[in-house]
Design a protein around this ligand. Structure first.
Ligand SMILES: [Fe+2]
Ligand SMILES: [Fe+2]
Length: 257
């Protein structure tokens, strides 16, 4: 069994408000009395993609001093910038290509995929990322043996389906048919985890569960909840995802006052 905590859309911008909200959810997670296997952060870590914003993120998420009690896995969003993201969050040399990261746990594998398109708010898994996903899954199959079948989760920023709000729906993942075709070929992918929409949501895509994490910075008002887009008074959101040994994904959603 794999237990994952999940936060998204911190939008750190140097403001005390953004810092306080990120620290609030971090404190909740760091003080959990029971163990989770990892924390997933599904993009829009920084608001402007500035180096200082990633330095702050690395400090808050305990990436520098090793204070995180479990692995912290991230992927970029449309507000992120790959070069400073790589340098501060992953301690990798600056490069322009997608930032993809595989982590294998006893209970399953997590593929953190880069769906960002530099200069655009839309999302895309590019050629290099699809190749990396296929190679990663091939590697798992080999490792686990032919009858093994360790389940895997794909995490990335942009939901591949409409969530019935005009804002996230107009900047979603391009070419969802290609992702659906991948899922058809890969029954070991147990589910998809995304961010970007700033609203906790659960749906299906190509027959797999799709869980959308709530936003740390603000919550999207749905069309029937009022006209103003961002509810900045809503509490900070947090999700937990449980992947059981049968490959079934269960998602729980929390708020942190
Ligand atoms: Fe966002
Ligand atoms: Fe986003």
């Amino acid at each position: 069994m794999l237990v994952l905590a999940h936060i998204s859309d911190l939008h750190l911008d140097g403001s005390p408000r953004a810092t306080e909200r990120a620290e609030r959810v971090r404190d909740r997670l760091w003080r959990l009395p029971g163990r989770v296997d990892a924390l997933l952060v599904t993009g829009d870590v920084a608001d402007h993609g500035a180096e200082a914003e990633y330095e702050e993120a690395a400090a808050i998420l305990g990436l520098r001093d090793g204070s995180a009690p479990f692995p912290v896995l991230t992927c970029p969003g449309n507000h992120d910038s790959r070069a400073p993201y790589r340098k501060a969050l992953l301690d990798r040399p600056a490069a322009d290509g997608p930032v993809n990261d595989l982590r294998v746990f006893d209970g399953g594998a997590v593929l953190m995929c880069d769906s960002s398109i530099p200069g655009s708010d839309e999302g895309e898994l590019d050629e290099e990322t699809y190749d990396w996903i296929e190679a990663s899954l091939d590697g798992l199959d080999e490792f686990d043996g032919l009858d093994g079948g360790r389940p895997a989760l794909l995490a990335f920023h942009h939901p591949p389906v409409a969530l019935h709000h005009p804002l996230p729906d107009s900047y979603r993942l391009r070419d969802p048919e290609r992702l659906a075709a991948l899922l058809d070929r890969r029954p070991g992918i147990a589910g998809l985890i995304t961010g970007h929409a700033h609203t906790p949501a659960a749906t299906v895509f190509a027959g797999r569960p799709l869980a959308v994490g709530p936003g740390v910075t603000w919550t999207l008002r749905l069309p029937w909840e009022g006209e103003q887009l961002a509810d900045r008074d809503a509490p900070v959101g947090l999700a937990y995802h449980v992947l059981d040994d049968a490959g079934r994904l269960t998602s729980h959603f929390r708020t942190v006052m």
